[in-house]
Design a protein. Structure first.
Length: 131
């Protein structure tokens, strides 16, 4: 304890997630949003955001699986030990999302884990645009 203050260090783990998209009607034109919500330890926040903008998002878009990417900061969250962000990747079809998951996601997760280790924690969700 320095100067009467205790400093807490958060440790995060990155986990792999699989999805069942069988409930989406493939006969209809739909937009799919692959959402990655990440809590980022405050000690790496600036570097992580720069990496997202300059490396991760451009490489993800180069896969050709997504037509748009947005990086958002979640408001009304407890940011005392790190901010929470949502990366929303828009795919034109479920098939394009599945191409990403089957051909690119494992390497992206591995590279993210090697780079940031336990300083981040992420969860993934799949959304269908209905309006």
């Amino acid at each position: 304890m320095a100067g009467g203050r205790a400093v807490a260090m958060l440790e995060f783990n990155l986990t792999a997630v699989t999805y069942n998209v069988s409930s989406v009607n493939l006969n209809q034109a739909v937009l799919i949003i692959y959402n990655i919500t990440t809590k980022v330890h405050s000690s790496i926040d600036t570097a992580w955001r720069q990496w997202q903008k300059e490396e991760f998002i451009p490489l993800t878009m180069q896969t050709g699986c997504f037509i748009n990417a947005k990086l958002l900061h979640l408001l009304e969250q407890d940011d005392s030990e790190g901010k929470t962000y949502a990366l929303q990747l828009t795919a034109e079809t479920v098939d394009m999302y599945e191409v990403y998951v089957n051909e690119h996601a494992a390497l992206a997760r591995q590279n993210t884990l090697e780079r940031w280790g336990n300083k981040i924690i992420s969860f993934h969700s799949l959304l269908e645009v209905i309006h």
